[in-house]
Design a protein around this ligand. Structure first.
Ligand SMILES: C[S@@+](CC[C@H](N)C(=O)[O-])C[C@H]1O[C@@H](n2cnc3c(N)ncnc32)[C@H](O)[C@@H]1O
Length: 256
């Protein structure tokens, strides 16, 4: 495998070390109908995963435990799930076997996909490449492997959630802790509370500029909401915060 970017090497160790903590959640998600994000917002209504994927070739970029790949395979697609963590892929492969679906799981990075141009009819990423890879690299790469007219659906955090996240890594609050403009790479490896990996976030202007430059048209955009307010904390936000403000956003962009 070719060299990987510095941040992808950091994130590979982070996810290999963390993989055991994602097994249970992966097992649950494999059994569910398609939902999105921390609040398991049902896909029904947004319809971002096609109901019938028969004859479609699909790729999940940063598939983790592979449940979205599983949903697509069960809907008839021929699926590739690529992930930077060999440990996450161990879980994905086991669950695919248990669910009797055939999926090609590949150890690699979304920035450098081992497929020819225009190989896929659909691409998806939920907190995979969509947050852990540099969008200026993975988005053009996703565009390259998609056929013209095909969708890329991805979920990531809102810029507001990033701005409201304290610099020490603690849970988001109602204060702006960092600037909006020039938002890009954030290194969580040295923070005091719950150190993490390195992730990437863009301003809305920068997302739109990147879509236009890459050759994607925006078809759908959703800001996901917690179903009800509570003190329950999911990763980095409370349900009360995410009831009042969008913590997550989902895009569906189409290759022009
Ligand atoms: C949170 S999981 C995403 C899977 C699933 N949707 C979920 O939310 O659990 C994040 C995954 O992204 C993978 N990842 C991080 N950087 C990546 C990259 N550059 N290319 C491919 N996968 C990457 C990690 O190894 C990890 O398994």
């Amino acid at each position: 495998m070719p060299d990987i970017p510095d941040y992808a090497a950091v994130n590979r160790s982070y996810w290999d070390d963390m993989a055991h903590e994602w097994v249970e959640m992966g097992e649950r998600a494999w059994q569910s109908e398609p939902t999105w994000g921390m609040f398991s917002v049902p896909d029904a209504g947004m319809d971002l995963v096609p109901a019938d994927m028969t004859g479609m070739r699909a790729i999940e970029l940063g598939c983790g435990t592979g449940y979205i790949s599983g949903w697509m395979a069960k809907r008839g697609a021929d699926v590739v799930g690529i992930d930077n963590s060999a440990k996450q892929l161990e879980t994905a492969r086991r669950l695919a076997d248990e669910h009797n679906v055939s999926i090609e799981f590949v150890h690699g990075i979304a920035e450098n996909l081992p497929y020819p141009d225009e190989s896929f009819d659909y691409a998806v990423s939920e907190y995979g490449a969509a947050i852990w890879s540099d969008p200026y690299v993975w988005l053009p790469e996703a565009h390259r492997v998609l056929k013209s007219g095909s969708s890329l659906v991805f979920l990531t955090n809102s810029a507001l959630a990033v701005m409201c996240s304290p610099l020490d890594g603690s849970v988001a609050d109602r204060t702006l802790h960092r600037p909006y403009f020039d938002m890009h790479r954030i290194d969580w490896t040295e923070v005091e509370v719950d150190p993490g990996g390195i992730d990437f976030h863009l301003t809305m202007t920068d997302w739109f500029a990147l879509f236009k430059k890459t050759g994607f048209a925006v078809e759908d955009f959703y800001e996901l909401r917690a179903p009800e307010p509570s003190d329950n904390v999911r990763f980095f936000v409370s349900d009360s915060w995410a009831y009042d403000f969008p913590a997550e956003q989902v895009w569906r962009v189409v290759k022009k």
